[in-house]
Write a protein that binds this ligand. Sequence first.
Ligand SMILES: CC(C)(COP(=O)(O)OP(=O)(O)OC[C@H]1O[C@@H](n2cnc3c(N)ncnc32)[C@H](O)[C@@H]1OP(=O)(O)O)[C@@H](O)C(=O)NCCC(=O)NCCS
Length: 216
Amino acid sequence: MSLETPAHRMTAEWLDTWMHVRGLTAAELDGWPLVHVGSRTRETELVCVDPGVDAFRRLMASIAGDPRGMLTVLADDIGPYRISRLPPGVRVDRDDETLMTTMLRDEPVPPLEDDFTFRWDVDGNVVTYTVECGDAVAAEGTVGVLGPVATFDAVETTPRFQRRGLGRHVMAILTVQAMGRGADRGVLAASAPGRALYRSLGWDPALEMLSLMGAD
Ligand SMILES: CC(C)(COP(=O)(O)OP(=O)(O)OC[C@H]1O[C@@H](n2cnc3c(N)ncnc32)[C@H](O)[C@@H]1OP(=O)(O)O)[C@@H](O)C(=O)NCCC(=O)NCCS
């Protein structure tokens, strides 16, 4: 992908770091990265940055009819893409994600309550932190660092443990790990509940995201 605008650069930073965290590779299609995700939800994800509605509609042909193919567009305003007519074999998968960014700050980590324990899984510049309550996972998250950029992935609190500060705790502790590995800024793709958490931590929304999937 060309790096002509801040939106392109930020998306490239997020994508490169996210692929690093998950150990993924990408090919190229029409100048855009085609990530081999190979996950439960999708085989591939083609990612483009505000290409214009006509070009976006052409890209839809690459996922039409393929229920394992995803096409994601990032833009200041996804409105024009959201209202664009979809060809047969293409559906909207998500329109509630946001690319968010922040300068990382060294802040105190809020302590865990006594009934929780934690464990680490460290693989070089990728760190997963898990909070447990007995045998149950209460919350977890992963951070990966590539150069000065950290991305946070799969941050999740089990529903019965939500709104007890665990998300804030996991983010704070992973931020310390990221800064210790040389990162000074963060970028991540946030779900709607994730966005509320990250906003409360001072992160800023940068780009809206819309993901389409092929359909039978
Ligand atoms: C997003 C998520 C991780 C938050 O975890 P959590 O442990 O409940 O978060 P915390 O208790 O630390 O919340 C910290 C602050 O974030 C904000 N916040 C968190 N969840 C929120 C929600 N659902 N609605 C509004 N604000 C929310 C609040 O400001 C909250 O402070 P408060 O409780 O004092 O008001 C959790 O809702 C979740 O796992 N959701 C499903 C998976 C998901 O979307 N993960 C994010 C991927 S990007």
